[in-house]
Design a protein around this ligand. Sequence first.
Ligand SMILES: C[S@@+](CC[C@H](N)C(=O)[O-])C[C@H]1O[C@@H](n2cnc3c(N)ncnc32)[C@H](O)[C@@H]1O
Length: 274
Amino acid sequence: MTEYRIDPEIAAHYELGHEQERLERHGQVERLRTRALLERLLPPAPAVVLDVGGAAGVHALPLAADGYEVRLLDPVPLHVSQAQEASAAARAPLAEVVLGDARALPWDDASADAALLLGPLYHLDAPGRATALAEALRVLKPGAPVLAAAVSRFASTFDGIHARALADDGFAQAVARTVGDGEHRNPDGRPEWFTNAHFHHPDELWEELAVAGFAVEGVLAVEGPASFLPPREEAWWLEDEARRATLLEAIARIEQEPSVLGASAHLIAVGRRP
Ligand SMILES: C[S@@+](CC[C@H](N)C(=O)[O-])C[C@H]1O[C@@H](n2cnc3c(N)ncnc32)[C@H](O)[C@@H]1O
């Protein structure tokens, strides 16, 4: 079997160890919305869910607590050891935590009830994305869903304005390139500017799943209009239960509206193995 290695710059970014707490600190809407989408779109527990690119287990552990048999794979050794530790301490541990790559899954054909690709697609080139999607298709049972995340082609434009990074010439040039071809680069290696990635146009994400052989059911906004809220504003929306429900409902109402999809930082495509 081919041995795949991830880009050393991507590995170095994740070895900094920020991923374990990223969604706790300033990605709460992303976490809550992803959770809501998983609750709605996954088949009911107990079912086998593969979390490919699952990092330290941010989504995998709550799914295990809900009664799913969750198998997590990630290519970054730090993420794997963090997920193993968290799993060992959890009342509902993960069924498996394995070092590996989305392009060569260690699981049997037609063995899973659902697959999550919430990370790998934006860190692979076009052939790599096609291979990762082919692998997801292979391991899913007929009729089972894949949920595949992408970063929007326009996220760095929005973020660059909100966080003022666009005033930096290097960042502005990188953003111009990204809008053109989807390739995001971090010229100065600043951790807050992410790492090498491909940022999808919503239609491109749909197309990639369809070409891989999935019956595509939709491309959905994750954070939608709440994507670039400053931390204080995000905290205000989430600290009160009724207000939080209002926010999540407002995002869900327009989660598939094509005219605003690209304004969401993250997108999730839903496809089914025919
Ligand atoms: C931004 S993190 C997202 C983590 C988590 N799934 C989430 O939704 O918050 C992207 C993840 O993709 C993983 N990743 C990068 N390249 C990958 C590959 N070729 N195969 C599998 N996972 C990969 C990274 O190690 C990292 O854990």
